[in-house]
Design a protein around this ligand. Structure first.
Ligand SMILES: Cc1ncc(COP(=O)(O)O)c(C=O)c1O
Length: 394
């Protein structure tokens, strides 16, 4: 099929709920993807954060190939070695909790919302969430997402959410009442513009939870599983959540998600009260295990930290030259360049020059690069982006 034929098929048969660029991707390897006409793009936003190991990482491909001929899917009425092993590996690298598996970030957050309500007395059901946060698109998660633009036309929302400004501890304290059950936040806001909170804020939220007997939920769907150069972003702040949600890159690009809960809380998700048919299936579990092993065997957490220095140094230098850059925020492979103007034209200009990036919140250039990229690849893309930012396409 030609590019135009694929576009025509979409136009006729696929619901138009995404804004898509007129490019048909056919192949990916590492930090490169190729379109149907054979053009290569350097991908600084691979898989919308799912491809932290790059496109088609070999150990994950091999693990899936091996698994797919043995057992593709069995329901959670049976045990599989892979699911148990995957849970153990995630638990040992985080806070020693127990896992519930599902398939997407929003599903993991729905599980967390239910667990918060189930673990606390019925009169306490409210969850405090944060402005500019993002937790997904199903009704619970989208209600937790304190951004009115995502609520337009779908009200009434789920009752019981209170929104407060991010990084504002006093606002959190003020929002707590007798009905509050928990606090849910991203330890680094992704969609909200790569916003990194202060250590005092996150530690303060933990203290407030302890003092008021509230559950603390960290949504690490975007920041988790090595993205920030630690296994989980919360590990940068010396704060441990009670519940954590993961998805995006945890299976090296295969769909998969998990909610981890502390041992004393996990049993509140009683048998029969929650489920996901495909959750923790053998393919996702095999990919999840291979992802963790690859990160460790190839020392990729250290590599993410090294690459972060490269990106930070170059963008800070650019910020000295360009007035349109308000701030540069980097934590591992979460990179935000906060502009004083609309970022969309820069995304388009980079794409025309063979570099894929993202803009979030209207004015923050967001990069979620693969931790496997070489310095040459990083510099190649940074050169293009710097050039595009210097020659404002508008
Ligand atoms: C922090 C965070 N939570 C939840 C989600 C929703 O994940 P999914 O699209 O897999 O449902 C996202 C997606 O971007 C996210 O960044």
């Amino acid at each position: 099929m030609t590019t135009q034929e694929v576009l025509n098929t979409f136009q006729k048969y696929v619901i138009q709920n995404y804004t898509r660029y007129p490019i048909v991707l056919t192949r990916g390897e590492g930090s490169s993807v190729w379109d149907a006409d054979g053009r290569r793009y350097l991908d600084f936003f691979p898989g919308w954060g799912c491809n932290l190991l790059g496109h088609c990482p070999k150990p994950v491909v091999e693990a899936v190939q091996k698994q797919v001929v043995e057992l593709i899917h069995v329901p959670n009425t049976w045990y599989t070695e892979q699911q148990g092993q995957w849970a153990k590996m995630l638990s040992e690298r985080s806070f020693g909790g127990m896992a519930f598996f599902c398939n997407s970030g929003t599903e993991a957050n729905e599980a967390a919302i239910k667990l918060v309500r189930m673990h606390t007395p019925p009169e306490r059901y409210k969850i405090i969430t944060f402005q500019s946060g993002f937790h997904g698109r199903t009704m619970g998660s989208v209600t937790a997402t304190a951004q009115p633009k995502y609520h337009d036309g779908i009200q009434p929302l789920l009752p019981g959410f209170t929104y407060v400004p991010y990084n504002d501890l006093q606002a959190v304290k003020t929002a707590i009442d007798n009905e509050t059950a928990g606090i849910m936040l991203e330890p680094v806001q992704g969609e909200g513009g790569i916003r990194i909170p202060s250590v005092e804020f996150l530690q303060g939220v933990r203290k407030v939870c302890d003092e008021n007997n509230l559950l603390l939920v960290f949504d690490e769907v975007q920041s988790g599983c090595g993205r920030t150069g630690n296994w989980f972003a919360y590990q940068h702040f010396g704060v441990t959540p009670d519940i954590m949600t993961l998805s995006k890159c945890i299976c090296g690009g295969i769909a998969g998600a998990a909610m981890l809960a502390k041992r004393e809380i996990a049993p509140s998700l009683r048998a029969g009260m929650h489920a996901a048919t495909f959750g923790g299936n053998p393919i996702a579990a095999a990919a999840g295990i291979a992802t963790i092993k690859m990160i460790e065997q190839e020392k990729l957490l250290d590599r993410a930290k090294q690459l972060a220095v490269l990106f930070r140094t170059r963008f800070n230098k650019l910020a000295e030259e360009l007035e349109i850059i308000q701030d540069v925020r980097v934590l591992g492979m979460m990179i935000g360049i906060d502009l004083s103007i609309d970022g969309a034209p820069f995304v388009k200009a980079c794409m025309e020059r063979g570099l894929l990036i993202n803009c979030t919140h209207g004015h923050v250039i967001r990069l979620l690069p693969a931790m496997t990229m070489s310095d040459d690849e990083a510099n190649e893309g940074i050169d293009i982006l710097c050039d595009v930012l210097k020659n404002n396409p508008e």
